[in-house]
Ligand binder design. Sequence first.
Ligand code: AMP
Ligand code: MG
Length: 345
Amino acid sequence: MTQVISTISQPEAGTSMGAELIKKGELVAFPTETVYGLGANGLNADAVEKIFIAKGRPNDNPLILHVAKKSDVKRLWAHVPKIANVLMDTFWPGPLTLIFNRADCVPNAVTAGLDTVAVRMPQDKTARMLIQKSDVPIAAPSANLSGKPSPTTARHVLEDMDGRIPLILDGGACKYGVESTVLSLVGKPTILRPGAVTREMLEAVIGQVELAGSILSPLKEREVALSPGMKYKHYAPTAQVIVVCGEPRLVAKRILELYMQTTIKGEVCEIAATKQTQNFYRGKQYSVMGDRDDPMTLCSNLFALLRDMDTRCDVILAEGVDTSGSGLAFMNRLLRAAGFSVEYI
Ligand code: AMP
Ligand code: MG
């Protein structure tokens, strides 16, 4: 049985119980401002191994270590490069993960054998309280079964993890709803995964930032070593997802055509619309993801909506949006959910 404790009503009791379990080498799911994490003592290889088993996660996909204060990176990295100090001072605590050369104390289970390690200091108070009380860096991937959409509420975690882990801390819905930006500082600063800290925000602080080639396209063989997480099918509901990109009115027109074609075949279809286009879909089955002019609203609803729609339909027809700002994080997740089934019109 998996116990769920609200850290909104019981922050001290919940995080103390969580920290006891972490210290004993057990797993605890906890809220962060990005998505829910599935945490273990990041310096204990046996505890970290349990994460891979609970999630069904491939062993060659490394984990992020979560710390409660900036100075903790000193013992996790070989040294702290200057650029990391600037980034930590600007964006930590927050949804930015930094990758640099690992120190010897970091187990291979965390880095999947790579000589780098990913570290982040979360903003969420519950997460930080749990890490502080545990007194170790907490290794935590998203708390979903591998391949499923990431959980943005404790209910999503319970759907995937019931009976597999002893405790879920329920801190309500996550603020951003999309995983952290992953930035490698080995060589030229390179975004391996886009998130709420955008390329534009990073460039305003450190100058030019590269984008890994896999962000909006399937991972090529030669890129696998750089960004192992991106090679897997990700964020995918059981329903088929088809994305249509282009000028919003044309997108809506094409989605209506596809809706008719799919419905005629007897498949249940639902449209993932935006605020700007919802009126085109009156009388059809649709949900509004958010506002095209504020892509963080799209990010924060996407995973919850995919899980929800998956209970109702066979085919999800989703609108693509512009990839500037946080639109890049949204499109990165949506295209992976669709297995890159996308039409540009
Ligand atoms: P998740 O914890 O499920 O959000 O996944 C963590 C993401 O960070 C995955 O996409 C990993 O591939 C990536 N990651 C973690 N550590 C490293 C690393 N050392 N090098 C490259 N990517 C990493
Ligand atoms: Mg994940």
